[in-house]
Every structure is written in C-alpha cells, then in structure tokens.
Design a protein around this ligand. Structure first.
Ligand code: MG
Length: 409
C-alpha cells in the first residue's frame, strides 16, 4: 500500500539512526480483545502464517534493535507470547501489564526506568503495518524538540456529538484527527505524566501527557497502519499480505527405503506395527523424507542428503521430524508460507488407509500447516516392480510454497 505522505530527507538519516539507538519501544499487547473472533486475544491470532504480534515486532525491527523492543503482556499469555516470538533473537523479555491499557503502559515505563532510554515509542501490538517512514517522521519530530508526537489522519466522515438519540453538535472536521500509534515521547516526561495520572482511565499516551499540561504535536499518519480489530480487518490484512507472497513454488520429493527384519515402520510421522521394518540410518520414514525434499526443492535449497549427510553419524537413529522441521524453518526464514503438502505412499503393505488421518494430523503438527492443506494418498503397483514384490516402500511428495517477491527470489 502506498505511503500517504513521505518527506524523508536523506541528509538527516544519521541523526535519525542515533535517535532510534537512544529509544525504546513499548508494545502494548496485554489486551483480551477477541472481537475478531477465534477466541484468542487478537494480537496472537495468526495472520498469513505468523501471529499479528510477531508481524508487528518484525515491522518495528526495521528501525529498532530487538533488544530495545519491550512487549507488555497479560500474565495468562506467557506461552502464547513465547510461541509467537520464537526465533526472534535478542528480543527484550516481556513485562507483565495491568488491568487497563494505561496501567500496562505505566508498568512498562517503570520497568525501563532504571536504565532509561532518551525516547520512548508506545505502539499497539495489533498494528502490524507500521512503516519505517512513519517511524522516521516521529523520530524527526522528537529531534526537533516536540514534547510528544502522535500520527494523525484527517477525518473524512462527518462527525457528530450525540446525547442519547439527539445529535448535539457538529465539530469542525478540520480540527479533528484520527490518532494512531506509535506515539513518541521523551521518556522521562512520559513516565512522570503516567505516575501523576495513574488511574485516570485515559485511552492514549498523548492524553496522559496533555493532562499534565504538555502540548503534544501531531504528524501525518499512515492510512495503511490500521489497528486490527474486527474480523473483516483480518480478512483484508490477510489478503494484502498474501498478495505479497506471490512467488509461488512447487517442489517434488521422492524416496525409497528397503524392508529389513523388524516389527514396525514409521510412515508420515506415525509408528505402524508391521511384520518388517524399513532400513535406513535415521528412522527411515520414507514419507517425511519425501516431504522434506519437496519443501527444499520448492526453495531451490538442495536436498535432505546435502543438509543431513547419511555419512554423518550424528543423524543415526534421528527421528525424521528433525529433517522436516528444518525444511519448514527454511521456508519461514525466507518469509514464506506453505500452501499445500501432498504425500503419496507406494506399497503393497502395510495398509495406509487406517493411518491416513493420523499421518495428516502429525504432518500438520510438524509443519504448522492446517490439516485441510495436507493430502495423504496411497497406491499399490499391482504387484509389479520392487514395491509390488514387497521389497520396500516408495514415497512421492509435492510442496507448494509461497514466497515474497524480492531480490534473488
Ligand atoms: Mg530416506
């Protein structure tokens, strides 16, 4: 989505970088809001394969070191938070918030007071589309001496004040702005204002500072920087993000393992009792191996043997979930998502049908792909060939992966 307003001046980028280095961010993510449905607090809802909060944090990292980004969370949400930020290196540990937004911000500021930054940006965890250009505009206003600065958008609807059923007033639209986050302030001034206004039930930090008599400035906001609130906001945001994942790749994988003496096989992540086993240096799960290769093929990122050489003793007896989890991580490191996984097992025995749903469920767990995007099929070869003679099991797999367009993509 285009910027509504940019006036970045290249000559002051060093000054801006210094301002960001002296700043911290409080990401307010303690709310219980689930108006968007799905039961989860909205900041933990998935949005095109990653949680809203994670997307917000990744956007902030365009300007801030992870170590300067502090999330304020609800005490019940620790495991949701940990899962949401897994793999984000150096992120500051979360701070436990209070019973209102204002109290959560105050507790966040208090937690930073001993090692206080010069400036503090306060941002909603449910605004994942914050742009670097917007953050630059806020930092520039602070460098120019603003007591506080908020992004504001002109109001296009005509606004009325009301009292019960009666319209009581027609405020001048030119004097109204719809205000967003991040809101940026000198740290000490905002902490003092929050201490003085504790319990006042103000809905944003600009109001807390203004209640102490400061003149807060507004700068041009960004229409794309929406706060995800309603189900339709999620639908629109998902469509926008998925549009960005327009580099669509299909990869194939194929694997064969021979039977040997044994009493079970691993197929598609499921242990199946059988009168023979499969020979291999790992657990010989021919299905997960084929899926791993299909994912790596979609990324044009080598194959399972290149990443996990069979000559390396480390992988002896290794569960095959290690390999497929690795391939899934490679997809997410590229900012991609897995749109579909298909697995075809080729054997006379064991019978696959009774285990098909268990395999789909296990593959969904291992890959974070919804089960309705996973196919498990089986066929025999009419007793022809090695599979038909019961000498081994073969597997074919396909993976559809969506990546962002980009250099080298
Ligand atoms: Mg194999």
């Amino acid at each position: 989505m285009p910027e509504t307003h940019t006036n970045d001046q290249p000559e002051d980028l060093n000054g801006l970088a210094r301002a960001f280095a002296q700043s911290a961010v409080l990401v307010v993510a303690a709310g219980r809001g689930s108006r968007a449905g799905a039961g989860l607090p909205k900041q933990y809802r998935p949005l095109a394969g990653r949680t809203v909060l994670r997307r917000t944090l990744e956007a902030l990292m365009e300007r801030f070191d992870a170590a300067h980004i502090h999330c304020v969370i609800h005490p019940d949400d620790r495991s949701l938070f940990d899962a949401s930020v897994a793999g984000l290196a150096n992120l500051a540990p979360p701070i436990i918030g209070g019973s209102s937004r204002q109290e959560s911000v105050r507790l966040g500021l208090e937690a930073l007071a001993n090692d206080a930054p010069s400036y503090i940006f306060v941002h909603d965890g449910a605004r994942p589309f914050v742009s670097a250009a917007l953050m630059n505009r806020l930092a520039r206003a602070l460098l120019e001496g603003a007591a506080g600065v908020v992004p504001g958008l002109a109001v296009t609807d005509t606004i009325k004040t009301v009292d019960g059923a009666a319209v009581t007033g027609n405020p001048d639209r030119d004097q109204l702005r719809a205000v967003q986050t991040p809101q940026a302030f000198p740290f000490a001034a905002l902490l003092d204002a929050h201490r003085a206004q504790a319990g006042a039930e103000l809905t944003d930090d600009a109001a807390v500072l203004a209640a102490e008599g400061a003149i807060v400035h507004w700068g041009e906001g960004d229409a794309a920087n929406i706060k995800l609130t309603h189900a339709e906001d999620f639908t629109a945001a998902e469509r926008r993000l998925m549009g960005d994942l327009s580099d669509i790749r299909v990869g194939q994988g194929y694997d064969v393992h021979r039977f040997e003496a044994g009493d079970h096989v691993w197929l598609g992540g499921v242990r199946i009792a059988h009168d023979r086993g499969l020979k291999g240096h790992s657990d010989a799960d021919v299905g997960l191996h084929a899926l791993t290769d299909a994912l790596l093929a979609a990324l044009a990122d080598g194959d399972i043997g290149a990443h996990f050489p069979p000559t390396d003793k480390r992988w002896r007896g290794e569960p095959s979930e290690t390999f497929i989890r690795f391939a899934v991580k490679r997809v997410s490191e590229r900012g991609g998502m897995i749109a579909h996984l298909g697995l075809l097992l080729i054997c006379e025995a064991p019978k696959i049908g009774p285990h098909r749903d268990a395999m789909k469920t296990r593959i969904a767990e291992l890959t974070n792909v919804p089960v309705d995007r996973i196919s498990v099929q089986a066929t025999t070869t009419e007793k022809l060939g090695f599979a038909g003679r019961g000498e081994g099991i073969a597997a074919q797999a396909s993976a559809t992966v969506r990546l962002p367009q980009g250099p080298g993509a």
